[in-house]
Design a protein around this ligand. Structure first.
Ligand SMILES: NC(=O)C1=CN([C@@H]2O[C@H](COP(=O)(O)OP(=O)(O)OC[C@H]3O[C@@H](n4cnc5c(N)ncnc54)[C@H](OP(=O)(O)O)[C@@H]3O)[C@@H](O)[C@H]2O)C=CC1
Ligand SMILES: O=C1O[C@H](COP(=O)(O)O)[C@@H](O)[C@H](O)[C@H]1O
Length: 595
């Protein structure tokens, strides 16, 4: 019988243990990269076959009785795997097995940050790795390597990284000591992204650190997308793990339309199996996005309401109170629809709207998300409003226009704001508008999901609300950031002898309820990638489905050179967004007096 237990230090993801001799992270299916030497339980170990691609050799402790299981496809049912134990291993594989020293075990994990000198690496990746180390979540034998073209010594990398490390607010003890320990595990290798030779040198340095242990290697591609393929090619050909897993985290953007995304996937798959590719969308690692399924599937009161029968509309809102400062060069060839909507907001939508998955397994969840995406109508130009911020002076401060950025052309039409109405053509959501709004240089920074429920039929208290029934709408708000919260707007009697109603909030404010600091999304996602948990990463068919929804409208906007509606820096965005919502009888929930 399989039992569900949680990791002793970091209980972020459950793993299954099995009282039979086979022990795997997930029970029903096994992937090549999830097989570790110890996967076959006490008295046995396993290796990747030298002679048969995609096969593994299972051996007894002394290496004597070796059997080959072949082939291991992307996902192999456990049953097939155990049946395969009957095959006899080739002489070469037997020799390899006999030479393998299981006692050198205590496998190692090396994390190579490719593009270590960059913004994301400094701002997010190194701090997240340190936080994991601080929490005791990294394996005993781990090393962090920075890789980039910039010339740096190990000591210089450590100095650079140390400037961005912080300790958890609630646990400052030993912080300096922990930082020191962590930094001592950080190394740097200077190299070109398209040089197999340079990655070969990295391989040597990794081997030194691995000291003969089973090597597991994670490469984080924190580089511009035009060099993804070169880096993947060189890393996989010259620096793959010899006897453990090799995984690659790929940052967005995953292409800029259906064609380029498919081409990127095809190119990646020349060097990697799908189960080695971890396409990151950091919004999936945010606490309240992770909590969406729990809220819905573990509370009886919500799931029955989760359909067109009770929900009038759903709003997915992202806003930032700063412009593209510093990232204009990247942003100008993508725009807000590709930067935020096609990935972060659409992923949240899919999680929000999916049917109950068969289990919490990555594949079961991703299967349900794909179904939602494939049930959606491709977005029409009529259902989109685009905007771009212009300069605005407030008091003595003048805020720049988008096109004031030196890396952006003066006549750029790239949208920095967009609002869109999307629809899911399935029985649960037929006719319910899913409205998205995303913008930079707006009046506040916020990401939230708003669920507006239908009006109460024949409401006894209608007279008390007057004609504005929207005032009385129940609204569930999941505030992803900042000040994480879940609150439900309800109508309530104002205490007293009269009969006056008001709108009150049933409020779960995280800071008030939980004393623990919320981990950064990158911490959760890095830990998952190290543990081989794919639930929060994007599968290639999800990506295809996501691009199919947005590609036609993106092409039309570009081909027809649609001019964006200009809005002042720091404002609430173009008024066109209100007309779009009004067309579907919706009022944006974030614009009312009480939000
Ligand atoms: N920054 C952010 O907030 C976010 C970034 N991302 C994505 O993460 C990835 C990394 O982002 P970010 O750190 O901002 O990127 P950077 O522009 O800072 O690039 C990272 C590193 O890549 C190298 N590099 C930059 N341009 C080139 C080039 N044209 N050719 C070869 N190497 C180059 C540089 O290192 P060196 O010169 O030393 O080799 C640089 O330090 C990108 O794919 C980005 O889209 C995703 C979400 C948020
Ligand atoms: O992916 C991106 O996300 C950031 C916003 O992330 P957050 O975690 O700070 O909300 C956004 O600024 C950037 O443009 C985009 O590429």
């Amino acid at each position: 019988m399989a039992t569900l237990s949680s990791s002793p230090h970091c209980s972020s993801s459950p793993y299954y243990s099995n009282s039979s001799s086979i022990v795997f992270h997930h029970q029903q299916v096994v992937t090549l990269s999830s097989i570790r030497p110890q996967s076959f339980g006490p008295g046995r170990f396993s290796l990747r076959s030298k002679t048969k691609p995609n096969s593994i050799v299972v051996c007894m402790q002394d290496g004597a009785a070796a059997a080959t299981i072949s082939p291991i496809e992307n996902e192999t049912p456990l049953k097939k795997l155990t049946d395969g134990l009957l095959n006899i291993a080739s002489p070469e594989d037997r020799k390899e097995a006999a030479a393998f020293d299981i006692n050198r075990d205590k496998s190692s994990v090396s994390i190579t940050v490719v593009g270590a000198s960059g913004d994301l690496a400094k701002k997010k990746i190194f701090p997240a790795l340190f936080a994991l180390y601080y929490e005791g979540c990294l394996p005993e034998h781990f090393t962090v390597f920075g890789y980039a073209r910039s010339k740096m010594t190990d000591a210089e990398l450590r100095t650079m990284v140390s400037k961005t490390l912080t300790c958890r607010i609630d646990k400052r003890e030993n912080c300096g000591e922990k930082m020191e320990e962590f930094l001592n595990r950080c190394f740097y290798h200077c190299g070109q992204y398209d040089s197999q030779e340079h990655f070969g040198e990295l391989d040597k340095k990794l081997k030194e650190q691995e000291a003969g242990r089973v090597s597991n290697r994670l490469f984080y591609l924190s580089i511009p997308p035009n060099i993804f393929i070169d880096a993947v090619k060189c890393a996989s050909l010259s620096a793959s793990a010899a006897n453990g897993w090799t995984r690659v985290i790929v940052e967005k953007p995953f292409g800029r339309d259906s064609e380029s995304s498919a081409a990127l996937t095809k190119a990646l798959k020349q060097y990697l199996e799908e189960d080695q590719i971890f396409r990151i969308d950091h919004y999936l690692g945010k606490e309240l996005v992770e909590n969406l399924s729990i809220l819905r599937f573990s509370n009886l009161i919500f799931e029955p309401l989760w359909s067109r029968q009770y929900i009038r509309n759903v709003q997915l809102i992202f806003s930032e109170d700063f412009g593209t400062e510093g990232r204009g060069g990247y942003f100008d060839s993508y725009g807000i629809i590709r930067d935020i909507m096609q990935n972060h907001l659409l992923q949240i939508l899919a999680l929000f709207a999916m049917e109950t998955p068969v289990s919490l397994d990555a594949e079961d969840i991703r299967n349900e998300k794909v179904k939602v995406l494939r049930s959606m109508r491709p977005l029409k130009l009529d259902d989109v409003v685009i905007g771009q911020y212009k300069s605005h002076t407030k008091g003595v401060v003048t805020y720049p226009a988008y096109t004031d950025d030196k890396t952006v052309s003066k006549d750029s039409r790239t949208p920095t704001f967009a609002a869109a109405a999307l629809f899911i053509d399935n029985s649960r959501w037929d006719g319910v508008p899913f409205l998205m709004k995303a913008g930079k240089a707006l009046h506040n920074r916020r990401a939230e999901i708003r669920v507006q429920f239908r009006h109460v039929p024949g409401n006894l208290y209608n007279r008390t609300f007057g004609t504005d029934l929207d005032q009385a709408t129940n609204e569930l708000v999941i505030r992803v950031q900042p000040d994480e919260a879940i609150y439900l707007k309800i109508n309530n009697k104002v205490p007293g002898l009269g009969m006056r109603l008001d709108r009150s909030h049933l409020n779960l404010l995280y800071a008030a309820r939980y004393s623990k600091e919320i981990p950064d999304a990158y911490e959760r996602l890095l830990l998952d990638a190290i543990e081989g948990e794919r639930r929060l990463f994007i599968r290639s068919d999800e990506l295809d489905a996501a691009w199919s929804l947005f590609t036609p409208v993106l092409k039309e906007i570009e081909e027809r050179k649609i001019t964006p509606e200009y809005y002042p820096y720091g404002s609430r965005g173009p008024v066109g967004a209100h007309y779009l919502a009004a067309r579907y009888n919706v009022r944006w929930g974030d614009l009312g007096l009480e939000q």
